[in-house]
Design a binder for this molecule. Structure first.
Ligand SMILES: N[C@@H](CCC(=O)N[C@@H](CS)C(=O)NCC(=O)O)C(=O)O
Length: 228
């Protein structure tokens, strides 16, 4: 199995964390990343498999048929079918539906606000940046409410936690940090971040940022120590 990701790929990190949680043996192929050109030129396998030219892409050539897929959520579903244990979707149909919905909300609604901040880094006092930060804060309040009576966002630890965790890494980097206004969410972030699979992937991302002299969020700086 080969997983194509990039050193600052939020969506690649999601897929990598899931594969590690499933204890699958896979080769991680980090496509070149440049601050200006981003992921260009595209890796030939990425260009061939994903018409969008994006990572993550997964090739699984272990079975009778070769599976070649792209998109982190599609990869989640494939990994769950391939390796049902440990389960990363909740058990009940209703809880699964809620978890899938939350995963989508993190990827497409919360991240859409974070993406706006990518383009506003020199204008964080602007109305647009303030509005994006406010939308993120409102989203965090909704996550906080979910954690009132459960440890993880959809009950048991799930793909929804992985997706939210990774989006929050980028939100923190781009100026929409968690605050003490959502203490349960901050504790949840510690809990998820302490998982070996998450620490491995996010630690590598923190070290990559540091290697480029780019800021590393304070709560990830322990990954930069010599013990890592
Ligand atoms: N919905 C896709 C999004 C993938 C995506 O945006 N990938 C980024 C890296 S995190 C990428 O490859 N960007 C390069 C580009 O768009 O050219 C998923 O979940 O995998």
């Amino acid at each position: 199995m080969r997983l194509f990701s990039g050193p600052l790929s939020l969506f690649g990190a999601k897929a990598q964390i899931a594969a590690l949680e499933k204890r699958l043996v896979f080769e991680l192929v980090m496509v070149p990343f440049d601050r200006n050109d981003r992921y260009r030129p595209q890796h030939p396998d990425v260009a061939r498999i994903n018409p969008k030219g994006q990572v993550p892409v997964l090739i699984d050539a272990r079975g009778a048929e070769v599976v070649e897929i792209f998109d982190s959520t599609q990869i989640f579903e494939y990994l769950e079918d391939l390796q049902p244990e440990p389960a990363l979707w909740p058990a009940s149909v209703a809880a699964r539906a809620r978890a899938r919905q939350l995963e989508l909300l993190c990827d497409e609604v919360l991240f859409a606000q974070v993406l706006k901040l990518f383009g506003l880094q020199d204008a964080m006092d602007s109305d647009a940046a303030r509005a994006a930060c406010a939308a993120c804060a409102a989203f965090y309040e909704r996550l906080e409410a979910r954690l009132a009576d459960q440890e993880f966002l959809a009950g048991s630890y799930s793909y929804a936690d992985i997706a939210c965790y990774m989006t929050l890494v980028f939100a923190e980097r781009k100026g929409a940090p968690l605050t003490p206004a959502t203490p349960r969410l901050m504790a949840w972030r510690e809990r998820v971040g302490a998982r070996p699979a998450v620490a491995e992937v996010v630690g590598a991302m923190a070290r990559f940022l540091a290697s480029q002299n780019r800021p590393v969020p304070a709560y990830l700086q322990h990954h930069l120590g010599p013990q890592d």
